[in-house]
Design a protein around this ligand. Structure first.
Ligand code: PAF
Length: 282
């Protein structure tokens, strides 16, 4: 498997492949790969001649330095998992300074308001960091298609907006949330859960599923109170937010309008691990 550390070497290699008419699929990751990432990679392998996977714990998207320090890293195991899927995968594993040309800074973006809701409120600067890294990755890899998980649904909508605004000819392909058998959405952060918190965490999806049943007949306030009370009563979980928002604008909804599509978005702390999930309510 080819691993590139320097962006110019990767760019030159991909240029040659593109000249041969090969299509490029791209899966950006921060490593600590799990089945959720692998489902993105499998989709890319199926759709494209070449698949590039980047592994880069991007410092500019962390609003909390402790979270960055504790973010799990397992490069050798990541390579092994990718190699098992296909030895032809191209891996991009840059150093932060090379990646950022010596200046680790984030650009400021206007994503037409998508960036100010939910995660934008709770993690200041996060989406500027995501926009910065993904724009640079897209400029380097210049993929035909790029794959993003629906677990980070707000991120997915923001990346769609990024390619629209930057006029990048890249198709953004959403991939459904990959869950553990007990319902917990797969996340690299799950590795950091204590046994107690790991046992508690599937409750989040159980509550989300119940909220989607309630949503059929109840108003938005009732559904929100239900989720708040259910998570609030759990001894090992702490709700940061639950929001019901329009799927396209991500604006919080106060009442249902027929024809609109809604999603429930949740963030819960299990100990010091921040877990994110969402569910389609339409
Ligand atoms: O979803 C992630 O893992 C990251 O936000 C991404 C898209 C790889 C950018 O660093």
């Amino acid at each position: 498997m080819k691993v590139f550390h320097h962006k110019n070497e990767l760019k030159n290699h991909l240029k040659t492949l593109k000249k041969q008419g090969k299509s490029i699929g791209f899966v950006p990751t921060m490593g600590a790969l799990h089945q959720g990432h692998l489902s993105l990679v499998k989709n890319s392998l199926k759709d494209n001649d070449i698949t590039v996977v980047s592994i880069f714990v991007n410092p500019t998207q962390f609003d909390n330095s402790d979270d960055l320090k504790k973010y799990p890293r397992s490069f050798d195991e990541d390579l092994r998992l990718l190699e098992d899927l296909s030895p032809d995968i191209i891996v991009y594993y840059p150093e932060a300074l090379d990646f950022y040309d010596g200046k680790i800074e984030r650009e400021h973006f206007d994503f037409d308001g998508l960036e100010i809701e939910m995660e934008g409120k709770h993690r200041p600067g996060h989406f500027d960091g995501v926009g910065t890294v993904v724009k640079k990755l897209f400029e380097t890899v210049q993929p035909d298609k790029a794959y993003f998980g629906e677990k980070d649904f707000q991120q997915l909508q923001i990346i769609k907006k990024l390619v629209e605004k930057e006029r990048m000819p890249i198709q953004i392909v959403p991939v459904p949330i990959y869950r553990e058998p007990d319902g917990l959405a797969m996340s690299s952060r799950n590795l950091r859960l204590t046994p107690h918190h790991r046992a508690a965490a599937p409750f989040i999806y159980q509550v989300l599923k119940q909220s989607s049943v309630l949503f059929e007949n109840e108003n938005i306030d009732t559904v929100k109170s239900f989720v708040k009370n259910a998570i609030g009563a759990h001894p090992y979980l702490e709700l940061e937010y639950f929001e019901i928002a329009d799927e396209q604008s991500l604006k919080p909804a106060t009442q249902k309008i027929s024809g609109n599509k809604y999603r429930g978005f949740i963030v819960v702390y299990a100990g010091d691990v921040r877990l994110i999930d969402n569910i389609n309510l339409s």
